[in-house]
Write a protein that binds this ligand. Structure first.
Ligand code: UT7
Length: 337
């Protein structure tokens, strides 16, 4: 028996607190830096983002993941006991040890599953879904919960105006299930790439095993993200376009036959440039970045969930998702909903 993998449910969750561009401008004034709502909107397309209150356990990474997972289970008509594998994509875990996947497993009581984290930064959900697909196609897994969730506000340097304007917190989830290989509704093709030569473009220097956080390093914010935004921008446009084309080519699909494009939400100008290169009109592109900013591994599952729940993505339609992130990691997959 040949198996395919199908996405059968999605969910998403965000913290309550909204931080508008004006709120950020005010916060930066306190440390002697300037930005404005107009600059952020024009250069990024972001209007506001959600920020977790880490003193509230309901807004921890795994708690946002829990809410998103419950919504996805409900849509798929599955119970926690049905899940046999959990893949949790995050680069802002609850704890370094154990995996956030295990905290989540306990919260949703998915006791029949085995659980692991993966870190592919903003490409995490795409990597996680393709891993799930592989386990399903070999017959090893039947019902996989894939989560992309981040509380990156904890790793943002609030004294760096090129970074703190971009990121927001949130979680998205998908149930990926075993399906007959003949089913039209399935993951059709995928393409993953990494280029470790570009690791320094976006990284957190301290806090890993090769550099502990000393008071001196803490004072220099070395436990926070460092980013070369301009360079990432260029690489992102090129890589997203390439990954999208490779996923389409594998299936021999023309861009004009595609119903929806759900790209990683980092910057509206990146999304528009990629859509333009692919020859896709923006009314077939799902965007949620204006309201949530860049939620890293959560951007694609939350955008997907929104477009499925509001009826834009209809059963039988073909959707291309496409991501890039720190690493550099990138990838896309094509599926029929
Ligand atoms: O998931 C991956 C995560 N990272 C990314 O996706 C980042 C991709 N890159 C970007 O989104 C853009 O490069 C940024 C939004 C980060 C920056 O936009 P940009 O159009 O590349 O601006 P820039 O770096 O070329 O800066 C233009 C000017 C500079 O001033 P001068 O040198 O021209 O006087 C910056 O100092 O804008 C200044 N600037 C700001 N001004 C107001 C930079 N950040 C800000 C700010 N507010 N927040």
């Amino acid at each position: 028996m040949d198996y395919a993998a199908r996405i059968t449910g999605t969910g998403s969750a965000f913290p309550e607190t909204r931080m508008t561009n004006d709120d950020i401008a005010l916060k930066l004034t306190e440390v002697g830096l300037k930005t404005s709502d107009q600059w952020i909107r024009e250069r990024t397309g972001i209007v506001e983002r959600r920020i977790s209150d880490v003193n509230n356990s309901a807004e921890h990474n795994s708690s946002l993941g829990e809410r998103a997972a419950q919504m996805a289970l409900e849509m798929a008509g599955r119970k926690p006991d049905d899940i046999d594998q959990i893949i949790y994509a995050t680069c802002s875990p609850d704890t370094i040890i154990p995996a956030t996947a295990c905290w989540l497993q306990s919260k949703i009581k998915a006791h029949n599953a085995w659980a692991m984290d993966i870190n592919a930064a903003c490409s995490g959900f795409v990597y996680g879904t393709v891993i799930a697909e592989q386990f399903i196609r070999t017959g090893r897994s039947k019902t996989v919960l894939v989560i992309g969730a981040e509380v990156l506000s904890q790793f943002v340097n609030w004294h760096d105006r090129t970074i703190c304007i971009l990121f927001g917190d949130g979680a998205g989830a998908a149930i990926v299930e075993r399906e007959s290989a003949k089913s039209p509704q399935r993951i059709i093709s995928s393409h993953l790439v990494s280029d470790g030569r570009l690791s320094e473009l976006l990284h957190v220097p301290a806090g890993g095993s090769n550099m502990e956080i000393t008071p001196e390093r803490y004072a220099r914010s070395m436990h926070k993200m460092r980013m070369n935004g301009k360079e990432i921008f260029k690489v992102a446009v090129r890589t997203l376009t390439e990954c999208a084309l490779r996923s389409l080519e594998q299936w021999g699909m023309r861009v004009d036959r595609l119903d929806w494009f759900v790209p990683h939400q980092a910057n509206l100008r990146i999304i528009e440039a990629v859509a333009n290169r692919l020859g896709l009109p923006m009314d077939r592109v799902v965007v949620n970045l204006d309201r949530f900013g860049n939620t890293s591994a959560a951007t694609i599952p939350t955008a997907l969930d929104e477009a499925i729940r509001d009826g834009r993505i209809q059963p039988g339609q073909t959707v291309l998702v496409d991501a890039f992130g720190a690493g550099l990691t990138a990838g896309g997959f094509l599926f029929r909903w």
